[in-house]
Design a protein around this ligand. Structure first.
Ligand SMILES: Nc1ncnc2c1ncn2[C@@H]1O[C@H](COP(=O)(O)OP(=O)(O)OP(=O)(O)O)[C@@H](O)[C@H]1O
Ligand SMILES: [Mg+2]
Length: 238
């Protein structure tokens, strides 16, 4: 079943158009990766889906409802959550306060639901429970990335979008991030992943789309794209 359907999305910053007729689908239960070089429009795409940017034209449907043009909090309420590029946690707030902010939407806000979400994310990230009183800004880069993911999970998303979650992390932490993504997917969370770490991302993904200069130019199964001549040359340096 198609969970998210993007059709003919056009997005501009003022007069500069950066997405051109972007179209793709995500089926329920999949891990889908969006590949593309710097400036291709990956972050713009996920921000538009989340309702942080407005599109000029095109449609965004999520679970059979149009969500295009809705403000971000309503998109979160509908079941989509974004782990933004660069994490954007609140450094002067504690780990726990950051997590609670992630649960502000109606479907997750009631105290018993919130406690249930906290139990869930603390089980996934035991370290965050140990550190719940620590100021988020004093955590290591890897811990902050885990916190950003955990915060996005506090709204109980059906679709989790992660914008370059492994960026700047040491190899062992990169593996941990990919392990968590896999685990979340096994627990029923559908995943849209933006990654530069093409090898890992494609290995984990059911399917992937390649975005180039704001256009979707290639689509395929994860393992097929790993051996695709164009992908190898452009993204794997082969
Ligand atoms: N706030 C903004 N105002 C104007 N132009 C922007 C803005 N944000 C992004 N752009 C431009 O839009 C294009 C797409 O940017 P975007 O951030 O979506 O790319 P990206 O694929 O996420 O790149 P990266 O891999 O570097 O994160 C780029 O040309 C960028 O310069
Ligand atoms: Mg980006």
């Amino acid at each position: 079943m198609i969970m998210l359907e993007i059709k003919g999305l056009n997005v501009a910053y003022d007069k500069v158009q950066v997405l051109w007729d972007v179209s793709f689908n995500i089926n329920e239960g999949e891990i889908v990766t969006l590949l593309g070089s710097n400036g291709a429009g990956k972050s713009t795409t996920v921000k538009t889906i989340q309702g942080l940017l407005k599109s000029r034209s095109g449609s965004i449907r999520f679970m059979d409802k149009s969500i295009g043009g809705l403000p971000a909090y309503k998109v979160v309420a509908a079941g989509i959550s974004l782990v933004p590029e660069g994490r954007e946690i609140f450094p002067k707030m504690s780990v726990l306060e950051n997590l609670i902010l992630g649960a502000y939407v109606p479907r997750a806000r009631a105290k018993d639901l919130r406690d249930e979400s906290l139990d869930w994310v603390f089980k996934l990230f035991p370290k965050l429970e140990e550190r719940k009183k620590q100021l988020a800004g004093t955590m290591s880069g890897g811990e902050q990335q885990m916190l950003a993911i955990a915060r996005a999970l506090m709204s109980k998303p059906k679709l989790l979008m992660l914008d370059e979650p492994s960026l700047g992390l040491a190899p062992v932490l990169v593996l941990q991030v990919f392990d968590i993504i896999k685990k979340l997917n096994e627990e029923g969370v559908t995943i849209l992943l933006v990654e530069q770490n093409v090898h890992h991302a494609l290995g984990l993904s059911d399917r992937a789309y390649v975005l180039e200069k704001g256009r979707t130019i290639l689509e395929g199964k994860g393992f097929e794209l790993l051996s695709d001549k164009y992908v190898k040359e452009a993204y794997l340096g082969m």
